[in-house]
Design a protein around this ligand. Structure first.
Ligand SMILES: [Zn+2]
Length: 259
């Protein structure tokens, strides 16, 4: 039985095949709630939904409340983010963005900042080159961790609060201790019983910059690809520690050889 209809402004985070021709969609609504819905017949070649319900697409939809899953009745594309969808490098760089958004949001929990952050990240990633999109992805992840309540600390020891040197002029050989379990950088005096690992100052300095900067500034800063990958590895250990899973999209990015 189909319930009342409502309109929904949302971004497609994930899609799963259902039966012969249907799709189950995971959407992030404008208020930050996650919505799971069925698009009936969406995989038929002549479906009005085809090409409008791809991952990364921002849509206006007419929905009907259902018993367990809501039902997509009509869809209008707001932005397909084609620059991401039609380029393998962009798509691989942005897959962890929607993957993380689906892990950090819930059906009954409003989080409007998360939608705004996601929409802005995809908009920027769409209009920059693939290496810059990788930096947008890393910046999105660090900012999303903050919104979800587990912001990494890069400039002060998480044990005693002492200020840690994070100058970009340091050589790549200089390292600082970092612990995902403890929430950030750790000074040598607080090292006892810590699982901290040594991370180059250059990497933590860039991570701090990504966390504190707008996407415009991130794209303009010409972030080095090699360092962005190191930050994405930090993000994966952060997800493992604080979300309790791994992002397969990140694992794919690491082994894909696309960059
Ligand atoms: Zn300390």
């Amino acid at each position: 039985m189909v319930g009342p209809t409502y309109s929904l402004h949302a971004i497609v985070l994930r899609k799963t095949k259902l039966g012969e021709s249907d799709l189950i969609l995971t959407l992030l609504a404008e208020d930050g709630r996650q919505v799971r819905a069925v698009a009936k017949g969406a995989r038929k070649p002549n479906s009005p939904f085809s090409s409008r319900l791809e991952i990364f697409a921002e849509v206006e939809a007419l929905m009907a409340s259902g018993k367990s899953l809501d039902i997509v009745k009509e869809v209008r594309l707001v932005d397909a983010h084609q620059g991401i969808v039609f380029d393998a490098q962009h798509a691989a760089a942005c897959a962890p963005v929607v993957d993380l958004a689906s892990r950090l949001t819930q059906p009954d929990l409003a989080s409007p900042k998360m939608f705004a952050l996601l929409s802005s990240a995809l908009g920027h990633a769409c209009s920059c080159n693939a290496e810059e999109a990788l930096a947008v992805c890393a910046a999105f992840m660090l900012k999303a961790f903050s919104f979800a309540g587990f912001r990494p600390c890069f400039d002060r020891c998480v044990g005693c609060g002492v200020s840690m040197p994070l100058s970009c002029t340091e050589t790549a050989r200089d390292t600082v201790l970092f612990s995902a379990a403890e929430g950030g950088v750790v000074c040598s005096r607080c090292l006892l019983f810590s699982d901290a690992q040594r991370i180059p100052v250059e990497v933590l300095s860039w991570a701090h910059f990504l966390l504190m900067s707008t996407f415009d500034d991130v794209v303009a800063s010409r972030p080095p690809c090699r360092v962005m990958f190191e930050i994405l590895h930090l993000c994966q250990s952060w997800v493992r520690e604080h979300v309790g899973s791994r992002l397969k999209s990140l694992d794919f990015l690491f082994v894909s050889g696309l960059f």
